[in-house]
Design a protein around this ligand. Structure first.
Ligand code: PLP
Length: 393
């Protein structure tokens, strides 16, 4: 018999990558509660409370608001699979890794995908979406990422919503990294379909994907001509469980629902506006600190995500060696670049429970130490001091 591996003992890292972020202690506590049956009236009440909290955080009245079992990509796939029928057209905005993933999923579900592209690090210009919609003809769906975690860019949505609706298309928004860390207002903004993930600004482990559909989008799903190709992600079936009939579909990940409920409770308790302000303040402190160290931010001013900062790796610095040192010497995780930004940027997340003044100062001090160790010239203490000034202002 092979030797029994030792008892589980993972280190307590400071998670400042593109997700997962650190789990709030109260979320861990909630996860220790006894597992109930998935049809136990007590659990059904917990689901109802979770739905109501999700509506508050999405800022929506949408009846169709649930948590899909799976990570953010399951939310993405559910939104696309339910709204697209084979042969229908989808205009997909692509200025990073996750826009590309939406296009890939849409094409797998039989959509005629029309791509609207921008460089990684730029926003999608409304004019480009307008041109695509004019060229495309009848379009079912316009899809866009609100907070592109691969580039650190925050996408303005107002013009895109207006254009989609002018062309009788639904607007699908990926709010995986923005929900509960940046402004997201599903109803006020007129978003038709929006999904997120538990492990970014909601301070939970990965495993659930909040999803909301407007009444019009819900109606479009119910009046489809073809069945949704994914059985697991068919929201009309999921609704029978999350909604009125309480019919068994699949066993809900009970413990993750407890976690999400507590993560949402924490967000509402803090106050959404205060929470967004906290993320902004810490993001701005980090930017000031990085710039004071002579580093260049990748996303343009005015379109930077406070929850996810991309910073260019200086000439002559070994990317992997530095990230390894942060992880092993400082117990801090940050992310590397993806796709065309691989080896060019680091991605520093300040999401949910991870968005704290201590973490901003810790990552700046650790970066300074490791950059100096690799021969990068900087003014000692300048980064932390600049961040401190922002934190105190
Ligand atoms: C993380 C992320 C996803 C995918 O979520 P997973 O939980 O990794 O499946 C999708 N979109 C964006 C913008 C993300 O940041």
């Amino acid at each position: 018999m092979p030797e029994l591996p030792p008892e589980l003992n993972p280190p307590a890292r400071i998670l400042l990558g593109p997700g997962p972020s650190n789990v709030h202690p109260r979320v861990y506590q909630a996860m220790m509660a006894p597992v109930l049956g998935h049809l136990d009236p007590d659990f059904l009440r917990i689901m109802d409370e979770t739905k109501e909290l999700l509506r508050t955080v999405f800022r929506t009245q949408n009846e169709e608001t649930i948590a899909v079992s799976g990570t953010g990509s399951a939310g993405m796939e559910a939104a696309v699979a339910n709204l697209i029928e084979p042969g229908e057209r989808a205009v997909v905005c692509i200025n990073g890794y996750f826009g590309e993933r939406i296009a890939e999923i849409a094409s797998r579900y039989g959509a005629e995908v029309m791509r609207v592209e921008a460089e990684w690090g730029h926003i999608i210009e409304p004019e480009a979406v307008e041109a695509a919609l004019k060229a495309a003809g009848r379009t079912k769906l316009v899809a866009i990422v609100h907070a592109e975690t691969s580039t650190g860019v925050s996408q303005p949505l107002a013009d895109i919503v207006r254009l989609a609706h002018q062309h009788d298309a639904f607007l699908l928004v990926d709010a995986v990294t923005s929900l509960a860390g940046c402004q997201v207002a599903v109803d006020d903004w007129g978003i038709d379909a929006c999904y997120s993930a538990s492990q970014k600004c909601l301070s939970c482990p990965p495993g659930l994907a909040p999803l909301t559909l407007s009444p019009q989008a819900g109606e479009a799903v119910r009046s489809r001509e073809t069945k949704v190709r994914s059985w697991y992600l068919d929201v009309t079936l999921l609704d029978n469980y999350w909604g009125g009939k309480r019919a068994y579909h699949h066993t809900a990940p009970i413990t993750m629902v407890y976690a999400l409920r507590e993560g949402l409770r924490l967000a509402v308790e803090e106050g959404l506006e205060a929470r967004i302000a906290r993320h902004r303040r810490h993001g701005e402190a980090l930017w000031a600190g990085l710039e004071a160290m002579g580093l260049a931010l990748h996303a343009p001013e005015g379109h930077r995500l406070p929850v996810l900062t991309t910073v260019r790796i200086p000439e002559g610095i070994d990317d992997l060696k530095l990230r390894r040192a942060l992880l092993y010497e400082h117990s801090i995780e940050i992310g590397g670049g993806l796709g065309p930004l691989a080896g060019k940027v680091w991605r520093i997340g300040l999401m949910g429970h991870s968005s704290s003044a201590e973490n901003v100062l810790a990552v700046l001090a650790a970066l300074e130490h490791e950059l100096a160790g690799q021969g990068y010239r900087l003014e000692k203490g300048a980064g932390v001091a600049a961040a401190d000034r922002v934190l105190e202002s």
